[in-house]
Design a protein around this ligand. Structure first.
Ligand code: ZN
Length: 138
């Protein structure tokens, strides 16, 4: 019985739960529309995917929620089209001077470069940088 209460409390402590659900839905819908539209990113489905992705980013900005960097990297910063390798983006690996992954949007030709070092950790992945409990209990 106590386990059920703890589980229920853990679920109710997630702030902005509905907003996370909506953002997740919009992200999945944008990826599906972009994949369905294929390389013809100027079609109606491609534009719908762009709209869903931009709407997801606007919701995150309005409520001040951080989007995970892995999700953020799959959306073009310039034209906001979902970046799917070989469909809406080209991905190449460069070895000089460091090994990097270069992602180029096929629609606007915007480029992003990411380090390909497997030991590199993002700021949010380092345990010292993450607060354990930010909720205020009554
Ligand atoms: Zn783009």
């Amino acid at each position: 019985m106590a386990k059920k209460k703890e589980k229920k409390n853990a679920n109710s402590q997630v702030q902005h739960r509905e907003i996370y659900h909506r953002m997740n839905f919009l992200y999945q819908a944008s990826m599906m529309m972009a994949a369905t539209a294929g390389s013809a990113s100027s079609s109606d489905l491609g534009n719908l995917g762009r709209f869903y992705a931009s709407h997801m980013r606007e919701i995150g900005k309005r409520v001040v929620l951080r989007i995970d960097p892995k999700v953020k990297r799959t959306i073009c910063r310039h034209c906001e089209i979902p970046l799917i390798p070989a469909i809406t983006s080209n991905t190449t690996i460069q070895n000089s001077p460091e090994t990097t992954v270069l992602v180029r949007c096929r629609k606007c030709q915007h480029r992003r470069k990411y380090l390909a070092n497997p030991e590199h950790k993002l700021f949010g992945e380092i345990p010292e940088n993450v607060l354990e409990d930010t909720s205020i209990s009554p």
